[in-house]
Write a protein of this length. Sequence first.
Length: 487
Amino acid sequence: VDLMDIEQAGYQAIDRICDYYISLRDMPVTSQVEPGYLRKLLPASAPTVGEDFQVIADDYQKYIIPGLTHWQHPSFFAYFPAACTFESILGELYASSTTNPGFNWSVSPACTELEAVVMDWTAQILGLDKSFYNTTEVGGGVLQATACDAALVATVAARLRYIREHPQVPMEKLILYTTTQTHSLGKKAGLVLGLKVRALQVTAEDEFALRGETLEVALKEDVDAGLHPFILIATVGTTSSGAVDRLDEITDIVKNYPFLWLHVDAAWAGVALVCPEYREACQLPAINSYTDSFCTNFHKWGLIHFDGSCFWVRHRTYLTDALDVTPEYLRSKHGDAGTAIDYRNWNLNLSRRFRSLKFWFVLRSRGTEGFQKHITDCIKLNDQFAQGIRESDQFSFVAKPFLALTVFRLAPKSLSHLTTPELNALNRIFHARLAARNDIAVTQTELNGVFCIRMVTGAERTVAKDIDRALVVIGEEGKVALTEWKR
Ligand code: PLP
């Protein structure tokens, strides 16, 4: 392809990306296509002869955009956010322009060195203890693709540490702890590694947070039964309700089990640590004093687009000893001498994306203050939404609003005699009505048998009037759902 053509197509791509963001507010939030829509529109095989790039670029607009859900839309309140910024997009563009699968320091030194630096920068802005910094050469941070990968490698490291200390223990006696509110990543880590998993019970009275006492009882039971609990995956900001496990109590118990690894998954809420005022509520003192590993996704609420999951360990050797497989062709002078990080030994894959570049761009362009503003703006918007719910006699909270998440359900005061199954049926109708709309996106969940709706703020373009509108839409759909349900 001619370089001039690339230049033209590149300018056009940037123009079109800018136009996309300019017109985003006027677009539907969710895609309206039916399954299989794209296969019907595209040829059955790739072309034999290359096509004109302009046609391809136009087909992206024509066929792909209509099948997208617009996660950056101001009225996208579903799941957890997937933040994206221009600096991040451009960082990715530069990274992809040279494509460095920086598995060893030696294959492209800047990739490794920048990652080691930005992991320390992010650790600093979140207030993490210095023992997690790469500069210690004991602990350290690495960019994983996802929080699921982070939990998996934490489990591999924890298993190595446990087995080293207890070489006689057969694998089938090891047990991984989660809670009933832990993201599916806990169960998946057990599944992939062939390990027993126990989900510890949490209650609505405890706001769905794991208590120290529950952990203590489970540990006694399992140890008495000849099992070996070797890792607890705790959560700061659970998916369904934003619950924060009581790490203050948990760390007191875990101290009596020195080989029980404590991994904290703060995939969504962890980024809020950038604001000192939320550190206590997110259990930072306990994270800093005891946790073995910690993960937060900047690709959720942290202005960095997918993927960018930050993962820190207090003792990197458990991770690298567990994952270091070095055939001759991967050896290098600095790897052999241990004078540089070879990040392939910190994750499951060998080749790695140059993710740190977009972090560097965004961290510099926004500064700590920019991150703080983004978080506090989102929390203010959620406060506004929660206030609307509080003042309504139609809705009630199912969990206490936390940071940028509100979990609520339709529960009119006039119908306070309804049972949980009746209210669940009503709320399923309510949710189906919201899901059928294309101008707002929220998600449903279930909390100990109660069907409810989650509303999360996080898109950079959401402003107060979008929240006012969301309250109106939700109020109207609530009324219609009630009429439908009564019929
Ligand atoms: N942990 C929590 C608490 C989550 O809410 C999510 C996803 O929403 C995850 C982990 C999974 O994150 P990832 O997609 O990066 O694996």
